[in-house]
Design a protein. Structure first.
Length: 163
């Protein structure tokens, strides 16, 4: 899998959030539906207007995982803007500490490649790597452009425990 290990600063993100379930795999259906709803109802456009020029841009954030239930919160987010006016109603802040990341590259249309990259990174690479998940938020980094283009590139970041 194409990846790199890099250190990043702390981030404060602001986004729209749903709670999803991993035990029955419904998260893999519910998250794309959530994106579709947010894009159709205009809240995505409001977030995009607030996205800064940094490397985060618009992202997906997996956070607040509860191992006992398999639930976690998923947010469509941007770096928290100084001016919060114009953010969609119901946004909340997410703190991401300074982290050592395993950053995985996904190439191709999001609808056919990105979930495969996530599953391979979490269920194949991470156990085989000897690394451990830090238990902090995971990030999906969406670069500008057509997400369904064969040339699309996005990234999945897994936080790693420090030795």
């Amino acid at each position: 899998m194409e990846h790199r290990i890099e250190e990043e600063q702390a981030y404060r993100l602001t986004g729209l959030t749903i709670t999803v379930q991993t035990k029955d795999g419904s998260n893999m259906r519910d998250i794309p539906k959530f994106w579709q709803t947010v894009m159709q109802d205009g809240r995505f456009a409001q977030l995009v207007k607030k996205a800064g020029p940094g490397i985060i841009g618009v992202c997906g954030v997996c956070h607040s995982y509860v191992p006992a239930t398999g639930e976690f919160d998923y947010s469509i987010a941007v770096e928290t803007p100084k001016d919060r006016a114009g953010l969609p109603e119901g946004t909340r802040d997410i703190e991401v500490p300074p982290t050592l990341w395993a950053k995985f590259i996904s190439r191709g249309p999001i609808s056919t490649t990105f979930q495969k990259t996530i599953v391979q990174a979490l269920h194949e690479w991470l156990p085989a790597s000897g690394q451990k998940h830090a238990g902090t938020p995971e990030l999906e980094i969406y670069h500008p452009g057509d997400g369904e283009s064969p040339d699309n590139v996005c990234e999945y970041w897994i936080p790693l425990q420090r030795s």
